[in-house]
Design a protein around this ligand. Structure first.
Ligand code: F6P
Length: 367
């Protein structure tokens, strides 16, 4: 029989519990495996804090949001410091494999543990859908539903008060959630990190609608959306970064870049004020925040997480270690963790969803 450790790391998302349940049930029922859960991600494993994964602890969790194991965010640098402790815990429990459920950061951390000689297998979870080498991640569909419902509800006030309703949607440096919910909810303007915007172009689109008799507009803005101006500055800073060697100077440049791109607090406030000033139309901002990560997973995510969990048990049984279980069309396939760890899946500017949105008349604030 094989002994398997399990942990969840990074931001929680709907479907984590369904994935844990799928993994443990398939492992116990089909492959004679035993499981131990580590609490609060890599940190908890380093400290050897555990939760027994058995029929009792798994009972009823399929429909629960969050993670029964708890989670934490640890940077790859922090995990490097903890690697020896994590390896010691792995050996102390005589583990045959460690399953890490997580997103971008988790894959970087998992790669380090793979390099340290552990048998690691990962599962792609995040509401952002930004993990490379898989068609989709679990958590995304649920968050998409919540963001779409929010846009639907904002339409009431938008039409009744003839307002511009700006809604900020999560996604880190990827625009998948905003794009998907924007299209599904019929947003008039969609602003993505991948397509830099000009507030004058957004305002022009809103004014065009007003002239055509539509006295309200919905603007779906990704938390990582960026202006054309800032995008130019970032491109310049990145050039400087590539040519800089000193650690302190690199840190300073990276900090400047971080302030301008990716998920940032406050930029939608400024954007909403500017839209109100330029269009003369009353404007309001709603930031959905962590509402998008909470609550019960959609049926799509329960199904996907259960498929990934069970496929993960099979992969361990077949000793295909060092891989992530990825979705490719109708199949679930192994992909080497190092392939996943160094790439982010962002929206290509010519993606079919972008084209679809443009065809129904949505403005991206770029032309
Ligand atoms: O990765 C999921 C996510 O919700 C992102 O969309 C967002 O940028 C980030 O996590 C927020 O992180 P935290 O919960 O640590 O504030």
């Amino acid at each position: 029989s094989k002994f398997i450790g399990v942990l969840t790391s990074g931001g929680d998302c709907p479907g984590l519990n369904a994935a844990i349940r799928g993994l443990v049930r398939a492992g116990q029922n089909q492959y004679d495996m035993q499981f131990v859960g580590f609490l609060d991600g890599f940190r908890g494993m380093a400290q050897d804090r555990t939760l027994e994964l058995n029929r009792k602890t798994l009972s009823g969790i399929l429909v629960d949001g969050g993670t029964i194991l708890g989670t934490s965010r640890d940077t790859p640098a922090r995990t490097r410091e903890m690697t020896d402790e994590i390896v010691a815990t792995y050996n102390r429990h005589h583990l045959d494999a460690l399953v890490c459920l997580g997103g971008d950061g988790t894959h970087k951390n998992a790669m380090r543990l793979k390099e340290a000689g552990l048998n690691v297998v990962t599962m792609p979870k995040t509401i952002d859908n930004d993990i490379a080498c898989t068609d989709v991640t679990f958590g995304f569909n649920t968050a998409l539903g919540i963001a779409t419902e929010a846009i639907d509800r904002l339409h009431s006030t938008a039409t009744s008060h003839h307002r511009v309703m700006v809604v900020e949607i999560m996604g880190n440096s990827a625009g998948w959630l905003t794009l998907g919910a924007g299209i599904a909810g019929g947003a008039d303007v969609i602003l993505l990190p991948e397509i830099p915007y000009d507030v004058n172009m957004i305002s022009a689109a809103i004014k065009r609608r007003a002239r055509a008799g539509k006295r309200f507009s919905i603007v779906a803005v990704a938390e990582g959306a960026i202006t054309k101006e800032d995008a130019k500055v970032v491109a310049e800073l990145k050039k400087q970064l590539a040519a800089t060697e000193g650690e302190q100077e690199r840190d300073q440049l990276e900090e400047k870049i971080r302030r301008l791109e990716g998920a940032r607090v406050g930029h939608s406030v400024k954007l909403t004020q500017e839209i109100e000033e330029i269009t003369g139309q009353e404007s309001r901002l709603t930031i959905l925040g962590h509402l998008q990560r909470g609550g019960t997973p959609s049926s799509f995510d329960r199904l996907l997480a259960t498929r990934l969990g069970t496929a993960c048990a099979r992969m361990i049984h077949e000793e295909k270690f060092g891989n992530m279980v990825a979705v490719k069309g109708q199949e679930i396939v192994p992909v080497a963790i190092e392939e996943v760890a160094n790439t982010t899946n962002r929206v290509p500017v010519d993606h079919a969803w972008v084209e679809t949105a443009r065809l129904v008349g949505t403005s991206f604030g770029d032309q």
